[in-house]
Write a protein that binds this ligand. Structure first.
Ligand code: SF4
Ligand code: SF4
Ligand code: SF4
Ligand code: FES
Length: 673
């Protein structure tokens, strides 16, 4: 309920209703299950009143009004259905169809199009006006979406989504009259524009004007066929954005954000990014449908599960007899779920007594922990990324959010445009110009001197005059400006990225903490810091102790890997182990040549959409359960079942036999304090 809103009475179609006086007629009608058709209206963005499909009669006036923008008032009498109203809606609809090419049979959106649905509802089987047949351009330059102006009805939903949800302000109206177009920036092609490929415009477009290049066409004879919508979560980064997955015949047709008319407890308003909306739809390789074992000649052969598991058990057993616990190691992608990480740790540490269990990004946390200067264990006190909303200045350093946590770009940009939030960025970021007032571009090697100088200017300004720096005069002037913005802020937030935690990062992180603590004398607490963790479940890996220890070069002989990501990163993570381990078993969904070269056994696991599991957010504040969206192909076992089967072979102390017990144990271990 809005502040100062009063309850009023009005009648719609002769029915008396009581609603808040802050509503529009459309909102009041929908609250009371009275249907009014709309096209340019979408509850997640502001009202516009452009299409006039929602016209109604008010107080017997012959002049119809657009119900989506007309506020209610006490005593109002509204009629939503009459011959005059139907004729008006029908004429509007015919003009929309006649204006451009809406030949539905050849449109990829046919069957899932609001314009088409409206034509069915108003029984529009022919046009009273002649179609224009003007040809409009198409833009197929985008990596993820196409734009066909011939299908556009100029409803402006995409423009408002781009501004109000994505915060991008890329889309706008151009030209006049019949030449009107929506366009990117100053009528650039999408690929040359400042579009961040979030797809908010695609999700809100009611027609086939904006199309998803990775979506399966699912219409049959122009009518939607049976499909299911499964609410889940994107775990491609630790922001864990909620998703809605449209599924038909065990295939994902589209992934959409949970766009909300009202605040949903998250600052993103249902935003997704290119990773969550499109990258998940890409096929990443050839699926394995049975375990694969390398024979003595180095050829891969399909085997049954028993044979493959036996081979692993024997190889690990032999390595342990030879070299003790240091001979064994485990390495997992920290994009797998809490339950898998927990079971993997138990299996490798308590079960096989492996000396080292790690994740591919484990070094990130070890460097962070090692650089603390207060002697305490664990990470420095962290705050949530959601505090962008409470910050009066943001310093982004050592990260490119568009690469690592893309939805943050929208939040930052919205904050910059809507409330003039000062934002400074230091590092190598293609996206910095989208959201920064100040940007100091430095390569990874330049971060250390830049932060040293900034820390000097902010934390010890008296000494700073004497400090020497390798940075250019222009760079030093930009640091001056960033320092001034940070000093004048009362509650700044630092978003610190992965590039700050390289092998020689101890000094750089110390400088970062000095900058944060410079606020203590004045406010009694340090500036807020949020670390942008590399992977979707990095925080859980760290908390569960999976990222605690690295395999020892020269000692590691046999390992088990869980890979759900880039195989080249796995190769890089193992590059330091010399000589290379003699035996590797890899649990992964895809048969991949990089992994196949290193491994002796490969076990097929589900892709993330095919497996239940919970994930812990980047700030560690919550663990969110992600239900499976698809069924795994026949022959593929759940990852937890594979780990359980391996554990049973060596009588490892299990964490539970049933999935429910495993889930409960992981939740208990990761309980948010
Ligand atoms: S993809 Fe996102 S940023 Fe690009 S035009 Fe659409 S809403 Fe705007
Ligand atoms: S592209 Fe779609 S959402 Fe944008 S104005 Fe055209 S029809 Fe409306
Ligand atoms: S910001 Fe992160 S969690 Fe959200 S959709 Fe993108 S990758 Fe997924
Ligand atoms: S829905 Fe009301 S004018 Fe378009």
């Amino acid at each position: 309920m809005k502040e100062n809103a009063k309850q009023i009475k009005l009648t719609i179609d002769g029915r008396e209703i009581t609603v808040e006086d802050s509503l529009t007629i459309l909102e009041a009608a929908r609250q009371n299950r009275i249907d009014i058709p709309t096209l340019c209206h979408h509850p997640a963005v502001s009202n516009w009143g452009g299409c006039r499909l929602c016209v109604v009669e008010v107080d017997k006036s012959p002049k119809l009004v657009a119900s989506c923008v007309m506020p209610v008032r006490a005593g109002m009498e509204v009629i939503t259905q009459s011959d005059a109203i139907t004729a008006s809606r029908r004429l509007t609809l015919e003009l929309l169809f006649a204006e451009r090419n809406h030949n539905c049979m050849f449109c990829p959106q046919s069957g899932d199009c609001e314009l088409q649905k409206m034509a069915y509802a108003l029984q529009m089987d022919h046009l009273m006006v002649s179609p224009s047949f003007n040809a409009y351009p198409t833009d197929t330059t985008g990596e993820y979406m196409t734009l066909d102006h011939n299908r556009c009805i100029l409803c402006g939903r995409c423009v408002r989504a781009c501004q109000e949800i994505a915060g991008s302000y890329v889309l706008g109206f151009h030209n006049r009259g019949s030449k009107s177009l929506i366009g990117f920036d100053l009528l650039e092609k999408r690929e040359n524009s400042s579009c961040i490929n979030c797809g908010a415009c695609l999700q809100l477009c009611p027609t086939g004007a904006i199309s998803n290049r990775y979506r399966t066409h699912y219409a049959v004879k122009g009518q939607p066929v049976e499909s299911q919508t499964i609410t889940s979560v994107c775990a491609a980064c630790g922001l864990l954005c909620p998703t809605q997955n449209k599924v038909r015949d065990n295939q994902v047709i589209a992934i959409e954000g949970l766009v909300a008319a009202k605040p949903n407890g998250r600052p993103d308003r249902g935003q997704l990014c290119y990773k969550g909306r499109f990258e998940m739809l890409k096929t990443k390789g050839t699926r394995m449908l049975a375990p694969m074992v390398k024979d003595d000649q180095g050829h891969w052969r399909e085997q049954n599960w028993e044979t493959a598991l036996d081979r692993i058990t024997k190889a690990l057993g032999a390595a342990k007899s030879n070299g003790g616990s240091e001979a064994l190691f485990g390495l997992a992608s920290s994009s797998v779920c809490n339950e898998t990480l927990m079971m993997f740790k138990e299996l490798m540490s308590a079960g096989w007594g492996a000396g080292r269990v790690d994740t591919i990004d484990g070094q990130y946390f070890r460097n962070l922990a090692a650089s603390q200067d207060n002697g305490a264990q664990g990470l420095p006190a962290e705050t949530s990324w959601k505090k962008i909303a409470a910050a009066d200045m943001v310093l982004v350093v050592g990260a490119d959010p568009q690469q690592s946590h893309p939805m943050l770009v929208s939040l930052l940009r919205r904050a910059m445009i809507e409330r003039a939030l000062p934002i400074a960025s230091i590092g190598q970021m293609e996206s910095a110009t989208l959201f920064s007032n100040h940007y100091l571009a430095v390569e990874d090697g330049g971060l250390a001197p830049a932060l040293a100088l900034l820390a000097g200017k902010i934390a010890s300004p008296a000494k700073e005059g004497k400090a020497k720096s390798s940075l250019s005069a222009q760079q030093q002037a930009e640091i001056d400006r960033i320092a001034r913005a940070f000093i004048s802020a009362k509650s700044p937030l630092i978003l610190a990225g992965q590039h700050l935690t390289g092998p020689d990062s101890a000094g750089t992180l110390q400088d970062l903490f000095r900058i944060a603590r410079s606020k203590e004398p004045l406010t009694g607490k340090s500036a807020m810091i949020s670390f942008l963790k590399p992977e979707g479940n990095s925080m859980a890996a760290w908390r569960l102790g999976v990222a605690a220890r690295l395999a020892k070069p020269g000692k590691a002989q046999a390992g088990v890997l869980i890979v759900d990501g880039d195989p080249d990163e796995v190769k890089a993570a193992l590059a330091g182990l010399r000589p290379a381990p003699k035996f590797l078993a890899v649990i992964t969904p895809y048969f991949n040549s990089v992994l196949a070269e290193m491994a002796q056994v490969m076990l097929p696991s589900p892709v993330w959409m095919e497996e239940d599991g919970s994930y812990t957010s980047m700030d560690g504040a919550e663990s969110v359960f992600k239900p499976k969206v698809l069924d795994a192909p026949k022959g593929v076992k759940n990852t937890w079942e594979i780990l359980q089967a391996l554990g049973q072979r060596i009588d490892a102390p299990g964490v539970g036999k049933r999935w429910e017990d495993i889930r409960a144990k992981a939740a208990q271990l990761l309980a948010v304090s």
